[in-house]
Design a protein around this ligand. Structure first.
Ligand code: F3S
Length: 404
């Protein structure tokens, strides 16, 4: 891979050891993918986690003198204020979260702590080349906004933020952005949960760039696209999808495939969605102890809907709703946090479900969530979740945790 004179200077350490380390890692990655050059980025998002390996890498870069030339936004870890007050975290894990915060601050990151940067704080325009990590963030930026990013890891996205460049391969190239698989959706999709179930069919859809057809564009919302992208990357590996009449690179079926024939055609029916739904209920659950919402972080609209449902039927088990600091602020301005608290739910900012440090106390318990991705991550530390739509989760919470 050829470097420009400036990139070569970075590589040779003329701009400091931190930049040298970062570009050396990127060059190796680029060569692995047969990239011919490195191209500038305008934005970055780092899937920070308050977990040791990630903080180790960030610390190593900070200690080598690196500072981000493109200040990235960052994924959630957990909110120290909330979880220290609740007494759920021990000194060792809160020291790690504190250190993570300090290291990323020293590196010059914007500490947004959210997995929905594309809604607040870091919104790429169509065609912009960016370095985004995090499974649901990358696919949303590529597919819904038409930005160009590969599925960066937190380490490679941080390197890109430090150098301001990425190796050019994969989803950055025109030829890799065309549809490969026509996914004919032959059933109406009514809500976000249906879009999540569609995403869980990723194995049936297979590798490549799926083009969804048969979905009524007038029924598609931001939240439904978020649910689809997030679950496509729980059940499979999808950097980019198109939806005819909805996403910017698919105004027509012909444009989505660049005038070529699809390599494969897959039909999705209601039976396929029901099959996925059946698998989302642990066999032995008859009672839940809590509800976990906000994976990905809930939007203002989702919080408003949860507040309406809870006002009608308050929860009798704890309901946790994860969101960004920006949306929390908006919810507070509009009094929604008070409504939720009055009815048994708590809004929590800056926190991921995949943080055993703050959610470990739920291990061995059953809960409910509207996100298959949430169930997937929390099972890793012993939390079992039944997955259903929001209305059902909150109806169970109202019935004191009984699952009917
Ligand atoms: Fe967000 Fe963590 Fe879920 S980053 S998408 S809450 S796994």
């Amino acid at each position: 891979m050829e470097l420009t004179p400036y990139q070569q200077e970075m590589f040779d350490g003329l701009h400091g050891r931190g930049k040298a380390l970062a570009i050396q890692i990127q060059k190796a990655i680029g060569e692995g993918f047969k990239a011919k050059r490195m191209v500038p980025i305008t934005r970055a998002h780092v899937a920070l986690s308050a977990q040791e390996a990630d903080t180790w890498f960030a610390r190593k870069m900070r200690d080598a003198g690196a500072v981000c030339s493109i200040p990235p936004t960052v994924n959630p870890g957990y909110c120290l204020k909330v979880f220290e007050e609740l007494g759920y975290v021990n000194n060792k894990s809160s020291a790690l979260m504190r250190e993570t915060h300090q290291v990323y601050r020293d590196l010059g990151a914007n500490l947004t702590y959210s997995c929905t940067p594309y809604l607040f704080g870091n919104i790429p325009r169509y065609g912009e080349t960016v370095a985004f990590s995090e499974t649901s963030v990358t696919v949303y930026a590529n597919s819904v906004l038409g930005a160009r990013t590969n599925r960066e890891s937190s380490a490679s996205a941080l390197c890109a933020a430090i150098t301001g460049f990425v190796p050019e391969y994969g989803a950055l190239l025109d030829e890799n952005r065309l549809g490969t698989t026509l996914v004919q959706v032959n059933t109406p999709l009514k809500d976000e949960f249906d879009f999540a179930l569609l995403g869980l069919n990723a194995k049936r859809i297979g590798r490549g760039v799926p083009v969804f057809s048969g979905i009524d564009p007038s029924q598609v919302t931001t939240e439904k696209l978020m649910a689809l992208g997030a679950q496509l990357n729980v059940a499979g590996v999808v950097d980019l999808f198109h939806m005819v009449g909805v996403t910017p690179e698919a105004p027509t079926l012909e444009r989505a495939f660049g005038g070529k024939e699809p390599e494969r055609v897959v039909e999705i029916t209601r039976e396929h969605l029901d099959e996925q739904k059946a698998a989302l209920m642990p066999g032995d659950v008859d009672r839940i102890n809590f509800v976990m919402l906000g994976c990905p972080h809930y939007t203002y609209e989702q919080i408003r809907r949860a507040a309406q449902l809870l006002t009608r039927s308050p929860a009798n088990v704890p309901v946790w709703i994860l969101t960004s600091q920006a949306v929390l602020q908006l919810a507070r301005e509009n009094g929604l946090d008070a409504v939720l608290e009055h009815n048994g739910a708590r809004l929590v900012p800056s926190t991921c479900v995949d943080e055993a440090a703050c959610w470990g106390h739920l291990a061995g318990q059953y809960g409910a969530t509207d996100s298959p991705k949430c169930a997937y991550y929390m099972q890793a530390f012993g939390v079992k979740l039944a997955v259903r739509d929001l209305e059902t989760c909150l109806a169970w919470a109202n019935q004191g945790g009984m699952v009917l």
